[in-house]
Design a protein around this ligand. Structure first.
Ligand code: C5P
Length: 398
């Protein structure tokens, strides 16, 4: 259920911090990848060594490592996370979250996080019942923070009342419920096409023309759309990638095959993301036997293939159509040209000039260009890029 989920576990200075050890263990057992951020005071309650061992990663407390100056980037942490879970969350941290105080790494990460945020308050009953704390909790809730209610019972102070942090098992159940809720919602009932990978244009039974696309970006997008409940048809050139869960995969070879499969699927689709690197030219004729070499030069005559994205754009109606632009020069002008020519809602531009962008790797650096906006994103994993792209699709769908 939490397989592959990225969770930042934020621990603040409460006696309930000892329960964070069990919580971390349970999250890891459920398949989550956990990174721990502690506030400076939290270290007095539970040792960094315990948390680092359980989460299998060094814990983070400060903005930088004073030994070597290495920077702990709250922005990248915020982007990495699928959830920021603060457990235990003290009255102090909750108050700072409400007002935007950012005087430790956990709070700056909270302000940078694009993910779901959940807090499990832990404090004495009077602090919990205090109007200020209650107002802060309601404010955070209104802003979309999930509140994992504390339990009533005996407190560390010896008093009995509400304020004891929820038990780790219950927190894990609520974390799962939050993810399930997220998964169910947004794009259920929508039918999306994703084209991905490189097409292959045979020259003869042995040789072919293709390009460096691996399909990673398109597969990540198909996965993200499916995760948000969309029915996804992934029309793909040859790759070595596994089919993402819940996605219908249609394998094709040539640009012509991809054109036919995509146009057929377009009839019943609500949108399409054109991620494939489709060959622009294909041999006019394919030899039925292996071409023999001679001492002379050789020419292969090519003809233009059909532009799939353009064809969908011409028959778009009010459906959503997203295209990619991989450029080496005049990036923005070329991307804007595609937006118009292919009648796209937005273009995802990646430039081969940017380090870490484009073919093969696990990262990408994109700019999203629509008719009304232009947003440049930092270098991110292709999974995170997929989320950003699907977030932009959701905005159109709404
Ligand atoms: O024109 P260009 O190939 O640069 O446009 C790139 C965009 O158009 C990508 O979204 C790509 O998937 C799509 N495309 C297509 N069919 C083609 C060529 C490109 O769908 N034949």
């Amino acid at each position: 259920m939490l397989n592959g989920k990225h969770i930042i576990l934020g621990i603040t200075g409460s006696i309930a911090a000892y329960k964070a050890a069990m919580l971390c263990r349970l999250l890891v057992k459920e398949g989550a990848e956990v990174r721990v951020i502690m506030t400076p005071l939290a270290k007095q309650f539970i040792t960094p060594l315990t948390m680092a061992t359980l989460s299998k990663h060094p814990i983070l407390v400060e903005f930088f490592n004073p030994e070597n100056g290495e920077w702990n980037s709250h922005v990248s942490l915020g982007e990495w996370a699928d959830m920021l879970l603060i457990a235990p969350a003290t009255a102090n941290t909750l108050a700072k979250m409400t007002t935007g105080i950012a005087d430790n790494l956990l709070l700056t990460t909270y302000l940078s996080a694009r993910s779901k945020v959940a807090v499990a308050p832990a404090m004495d009953l009077d602090m919990y019942a205090h109007i200020t704390t209650q107002q802060n909790l309601r404010t955070l809730e209104e802003r979309g923070v999930a509140i994992i209610e504390p339990a009533a019972g005996e407190l560390a102070s010896g008093l009995v009342g509400k304020g004891r942090m929820a038990e780790p098992e219950d927190i894990v159940e609520q974390v799962k419920a939050i993810f399930a809720e997220e998964q169910r919602a947004t794009l259920s009932g929508k039918r999306y096409i994703v084209t991905a990978g490189a097409t292959i244009e045979p020259i003869d039974p042995v040789r072919y023309i293709t390009n460096h696309s691996t399909g990673k970006m398109g597969y990540a997008i198909a996965e993200e759309l499916a995760r948000r409940g969309a029915e996804v048809k992934l029309i793909t050139g040859r790759t070595t990638l596994a089919t993402p869960e819940g996605v219908e995969r249609i394998d094709v070879l040539t640009a012509e095959d991809m054109y036919n499969a995509t146009l057929k699927a377009w009839e019943a689709a609500d949108g399409a993301v054109m991620c494939a690197a489709v060959a622009d030219y294909t041999p006019i004729s394919v030899a039925d036997r292996k071409l023999k070499k001679s001492d002379d030069d050789m020419r292969i005559e090519l003809r233009r293939t059909k532009d799939i994205a353009k064809e969908l754009g011409a028959n778009k109606g009010c459906r959503t159509l997203v295209g990619f632009a991989l450029e080496t020069d005049n990036e923005e002008a070329n991307a804007e040209g595609k937006l118009e020519r292919k009648n796209l809602d937005f273009v995802v531009l990646n430039s081969l000039r940017d380090k870490g962008a484009g073919f093969g790797g696990d990262t990408n650096k994109i700019t999203i260009i629509s008719r009304t906006a232009r947003e440049e994103y930092p270098l991110m994993s292709k999974r995170e890029v997929a989320k950003v792209i699907v977030d932009n699709i959701e905005k159109i769908e709404r």
